[in-house]
Design a binder for this molecule. Structure first.
Ligand code: SF4
Length: 296
């Protein structure tokens, strides 16, 4: 996202009453100069809580890590989210990420490490557990261990272990975990719920999302203020169903259009994502961007 685009969003966000800016990716540190200018724009717009997500690929030495986190802190960043687990380890050395977390905490940043257990690990993901334990030893670092959110590319992890194989024959029911799957969606990751969202995510294509791949509109012809201001959950053909009936209700509608339920789902969100992926051609303006629905 260009700095000028970010500035316009920040102004609108401020006017809409937002108090926190989260900068995520992809990987925002790929262009550190642009990241720094966007953080400055956040401060310029009056935001005091500025959070940044990273996989830590850039923290290749202690001096480099220290200079960069001090720079972030001085620009106004308050919290750093760091990914560290066996899924990231082949690409980013764990030692570098541990160094980063410790350095960031030592200069006064709030640090939260996100460790995701790999569902493909045969028995248990001991590598991720070990990384989490090492992180927990670092003063000032919070650690969270969880399964990946079974949406987007991560859904393939669950499909690979047989959790989500499509049933060989068409069916109108769910063969496992039915009770867990039922119920409306009443919590979304920016906070609040689908009826009264606590925030939105704006991606580089301009989609304004409540959940990855679930859009309430697109900026471009309209401003963020207009998209959010005009949001009416009851008029949104997907949100309305998710808020009232949940992913099972959406699946019922999808079955009528030819969707074949899987034999099992990893979670309610996985069911939601799988159905939304099927429905995307019918609601392209509401189910985007495309990179949230990769062909797996
Ligand atoms: S994936 Fe669906 S059920 Fe899960 S939080 Fe998002 S909208 Fe709600």
């Amino acid at each position: 996202m260009e700095v000028a685009e970010a500035q316009a969003l920040l102004r609108d966000g401020r006017d809409l009453g937002a108090s926190v800016v989260c900068i995520s990716g992809g990987e925002p540190f790929v262009d550190l100069g642009r990241l720094a200018r966007i953080i400055q724009a956040c401060r310029g717009a009056g935001f005091e809580e500025i959070w940044v997500f990273t996989n830590g690929f850039w923290a290749r030495s202690r001096p480099k890590a220290r200079v960069t986190v001090e720079h972030l802190r001085d620009l106004g960043v308050t919290k750093l989210f760091v990914s560290a687990d066996s899924l990231h380890a082949p690409y980013v050395p764990t030692a570098d990420v541990i160094l980063l977390a410790g350095t960031a905490a030592s200069v006064g940043l709030e640090v939260k490490v996100d460790c995701r257990i790999n569902p493909l690990a045969a028995n248990s993901d001991s590598e991720t557990i070990q990384i989490a334990e090492q992180m927990r030893q670092i003063p000032g670092v919070q650690v969270q261990i969880s399964l990946p959110w079974a949406i987007g590319r991560a859904s393939s992890l669950f499909e690979s272990v047989g959790v989500d194989q499509h049933t060989p024959e068409p069916t109108t029911g769910f063969s496992a975990g039915t009770a867990e799957l039922r119920g409306p969606c009443n919590e979304i990751w920016p906070g609040g719920d689908l009826r009264v969202p606590g925030g939105v995510d704006v991606d580089t294509e301009g989609y304004v999302n409540l959940c990855p791949g679930l859009a309430i509109g697109k900026i471009g012809d309209r401003s963020l203020r207009e998209v959010v201001g005009n949001y009416d959950w009851e008029a949104h053909p997907v949100v309305r169903v998710l808020a009232d009936l949940g992913p099972v209700g959406l699946a019922m509608q999808a079955v009528a259009r030819g969707y074949r339920p899987r034999s099992r789902y990893a979670s309610r969100c996985h069911l939601c994502y799988d159905v939304r992926k099927f429905l995307r051609p019918a609601f392209p303006e509401y189910l985007g961007p495309a990179n949230c629905y990769p062909e797996i």
